[in-house]
Structure formats: structure tokens, C-alpha cells
Design a protein around this ligand. Structure first.
Ligand SMILES: Cc1cc2nc3c(=O)[nH]c(=O)nc-3n(C[C@H](O)[C@H](O)[C@H](O)COP(=O)(O)O)c2cc1C
Length: 189
């Protein structure tokens, strides 16, 4: 059998907030994903995307971000919960692409100061991802009381999250592989 080329799974850090705790989560997921054989990863920081505030959607497509999504087989979205919703700038960024997402896998890591680990933002983000053509997995990781999970240098204090992130990545990688097989081998009806 020919060797399969690597899966490409970018991790989107979904908040621009000063002092964001979600950055620690994104780095943790990035480091765990990087350890997987046959998986290439990249961190996409919403802060770094050239986004206009006087426009929306594909009209303000950024060629680099668009190429990253076009190339990807799956996505991880790390999102904090802001008033039970997702950060406006995460949505603004996701809306910059459209066809690039179709039939690619996506998983969400929710981050919150509250105990439920972004459970409400995850529920709110799911219909958006579906409309973009992404295929959501049924594993999430909930980083509740995130202020207690990392030290000031961003080192993880609760090793249980390594296992949770790995289980999440197992499912995401499987779905990404299945969907790539479908995109490459099964013609749309
Ligand atoms: C505008 C705003 C709204 C927030 N709303 C919630 C919320 O609904 N539930 C919650 O648990 N935490 C809420 N938080 C706290 C965040 O969950 C907290 O900042 C956490 O550290 C994750 O976000 P971060 O990446 O911005 O640090 C809110 C924070 C901000 C800035």
C-alpha cells in the first residue's frame, strides 16, 4: 500500500483578549498533536489574522489563512466562553473562508473560568461549524476553572488533561482520515 501523506491539523486560538488563558490550552493541544506520527500541526492565532472591522465574510479573505484551511484535513478550535457564546473575532475569522472547510473534521476545546469548561460556548459554536461544512466530532475537551489548571508560565498542573486531549485527538484524527479518504475517493452525488 502507498504511504499515506501526513494529515494537516491546524489549531485555532480563538481569542484576542490580553492575558488570555486559552493560549495555554492551545499550546497544550499543539504539543500533544505534534507528538502524533503522520500529523502536521500549526497554531493559528486569531490575533495575527489581518481582519478588517468594516467588512465581513469571504470579501476579506486572507490568502495565507485561506491556504491553511484549504490544505487542512481537520481543525481544532480552542475557544473561551464569553457570556455563554464565542468571541466575536473568532466568528469574524471563521467567516473569512467557506468552501475551504467542506468535509473536513473539527473538534472544540472549551475554556472557561466557570466549572463547566465552556460547555455552553461549545453548544453555541456547533451550528456555526455545521453551516461552514465542517464535520464535528463527538469528543470535546472542557477546560473548566482554567485559572487553576496552569501555572504562571503556562505549565499544566493537572495531568488528567493530557489523557483527555489525547482521547479527543484520537477521535479527531480518525475522523480527519475518514473524511480525507471520502474527499479523495468518493465522488459527490
Ligand atoms: C467578555 C467575557 C465574558 C465572559 N463570560 C463568561 C461566561 O459566560 N462563563 C464563564 O465561565 N466565564 C466567562 N468569562 C471568563 C472566561 O471564561 C475567562 O476569561 C477564561 O479565562 C477563558 O477565557 P480567556 O482565554 O479569555 O482567558 C468571560 C470573560 C470575558 C472577557
Amino acid at each position: 500500500m502507498p504511504a499515506e501523506h501526513s494529515l494537516f491539523i491546524p489549531i485555532i486560538l480563538g481569542t484576542t483578549r490580553q492575558g488570555r488563558e486559552s493560549e495555554h490550552v492551545a499550546h497544550l493541544v499543539f504539543e500533544q498533536a505534534k507528538k502524533r506520527a503522520g500529523v502536521d500541526v500549526e497554531l493559528v492565532d486569531v490575533r495575527e489574522l489581518p481582519m478588517r472591522l468594516d467588512d465581513a465574510g469571504e470579501q476579506m479573505k486572507d490568502p495565507k489563512f485561506s491556504a491553511t484551511i484549504e490544505r487542512c484535513d481537520g481543525l481544532v478550535i480552542v475557544t473561551p466562553e464569553y457570556n455563554h457564546g464565542y468571541p466575536g473575532l473568532l466568528k469574524h475569522a471563521l467567516d473569512m473562508n467557506l468552501k475551504e472547510y467542506i468535509h473536513k473534521a473539527v473538534g472544540i476545546c472549551g475554556v472557561s473560568a466557570g466549572a463547566v469548561g465552556g460547555a455552553r460556548v461549545i453548544e453555541n459554536l456547533l451550528p456555526v461549524l455545521r453551516e461552514l461544512g465542517l464535520v464535528t466530532i463527538f469528543e470535546d475537551v472542557n477546560f473548566g476553572k482554567v485559572g487553576t489548571l496552569f501555572d504562571e508560565r503556562g505549565r499544566l498542573l493537572d495531568e488528567n488533561y493530557v489523557r483527555r486531549v489525547d482521547k479527543f485527538l484520537d477521535e479527531l484524527i480518525w475522523m480527519a482520515r475518514v473524511l480525507r479518504h471520502g474527499r479523495e475517493n468518493i465522488a459527490p452525488v
